[in-house]
Design a protein around this ligand. Structure first.
Ligand code: PLP
Length: 375
């Protein structure tokens, strides 16, 4: 089965990881520091905190933003469940705002209609690898005293209006799962524009330990002393993962070039095909295409999905609207809440897209799909 996504591991990547195994630190050593610095550099210079997954990054981000039971978080239903569930776990009420039918990105007008004096965060998702419209979302957040969060699990390596991912929202989260744009095995990062929020993110992911003597409440305990002011978890990335991530970052531009090339090949093959709709690119965005979300019209998505799988092509569907998950449905979120997202979901099919996909693989995907839709 041709997978829909897959990591690309080079000999240099393998050497970078084995060098860590031969060294002094397996975790929280020089590779983690270097990787965080490199992510920061990629993200407009804001502080980056690395962590164990994109889900952990979302949990850290919401905790660092102080999200709690009195708060509402406005987000998109067209995402992986963690964008919403990590805020819900902290007690926040999730308010779903519908997406733009063309792009699957959260619609700023729907966000505006969903805001209240309890809104604490607007969480957008850079669906498929193109960034949401933060230049519209940021003023909406500012007007109610909320913060913007970019779930950039798909878009690491991209930019919008000349500004890189990480520089577009108050807080940005990334995932380095194997199918994502670069990998650390499991891993993620949080990038924060406000240094105080970044420090809270760091402490939350590091058991809540405070190590700066100038902040100690217990004075003169001794040079070994560190203390806890707020609860935290251990979400630290290992040096093994960080070394792999650093090596992968050197290849990110090449990954982007190849993802762009494959996307263009699909776009050219499917343009103007009856029964198909190619992805729509938002103006001003330089995407890092993580998914190729084609739309299958005429109610045929499931049939085409099954036939593609039967032909050995590992297509996927991204995503079931988040509030359809029983954990949300049981709380009273009803189907029909976000009609554009539901229609998008009904039509969406993600075709294989990853840097090591060969042109002949791409052509086989194209021929198979065109035959199935009767072209
Ligand atoms: C993958 C993903 C996550 C979670 O990342 P993990 O590293 O798998 O925990 C969160 N949000 C989106 C949009 C994702 O695609």
């Amino acid at each position: 089965m041709l997978p829909y996504g897959r990591q690309s591991i080079s000999e240099e990547d393998i050497e970078a990881v084995t060098a860590v195994l031969r060294g002094d630190w397996l975790t929280t050593g020089p590779a983690v520091t270097a990787f965080e610095n490199a992510i920061s550099e990629l993200s407009g210079g804001h502080r980056a905190v690395s962590c164990t997954s994109g889900t952990a990054a979302l949990h850290i981000a919401y905790a660092a933003l102080g999200v709690g039971p009195a708060d509402e978080v406005v987000t998109t239903p067209m995402t992986f469940v963690a964008t919403a569930s990590c805020a819900a776990m902290l007690g926040a009420k999730i308010v779903f705002a519908d997406v733009d039918y063309d792009t699957g990105l959260i619609d700023p007008a729907a966000v505006e209609a969903s805001l209240s004096d309890r809104s604490r965060v607007i969480s957008a998702v850079d669906y498929a690898g193109q960034s949401a419209d933060y230049s519209a979302l940021q003023p909406l957040a500012d007007a109610v005293g909320a913060k913007t969060l970019a779930d950039a699990a798909h878009s690491v390596g991209g930019s919008a209006d000349g500004r890189p991912i990480g520089d577009l929202a108050d807080v940005t989260t990334m995932s380095f799962f194997p199918t994502k744009n670069l990998t650390t095995g499991e891993g993620g990062a949080v990038v924060c524009k406000d240094p105080a929020i970044a420090q809270r993110a760091h402490e939350f992911h590091f058991i809540g330990l405070v190590r700066d003597p100038s902040r100690f409440e217990i004075a003169d305990e001794g040079p070994w002393h560190q203390e806890v002011h707020e609860y935290g978890v251990n979400y630290r990335l290992t040096d093994l993962g960080a070394a792999l991530g650093l090596s992968q970052l050197r290849r990110l531009a090449e990954f982007k070039r190849r993802r762009t090339e494959i996307t263009a090949r699909y776009n050219a093959a499917f343009a103007d095909t009856d029964g198909l709709r190619t992805p729509v690119q938002r103006a001003g965005v330089d995407p890092m295409w993580h998914l190729y979300p084609i739309r299958i019209l005429g109610g045929r998505r499931r049939e085409i999905f099954e036939a593609m799988r039967a032909a050995g092509i590992g297509v996927q569907v991204n995503y079931i609207p988040v509030y359809w998950h029983p954990v949300f449905a049981h709380q009273g979120y009803k189907r029909g809440l976000c009609p554009n997202a539901e229609q998008f979901y009904a039509e969406e099919l993600s075709l294989p897209l990853f840097p090591d996909l060969t042109d002949s693989d791409v052509d086989r995907v194209i021929e198979t799909l065109l035959t199935l839709v009767g072209q």
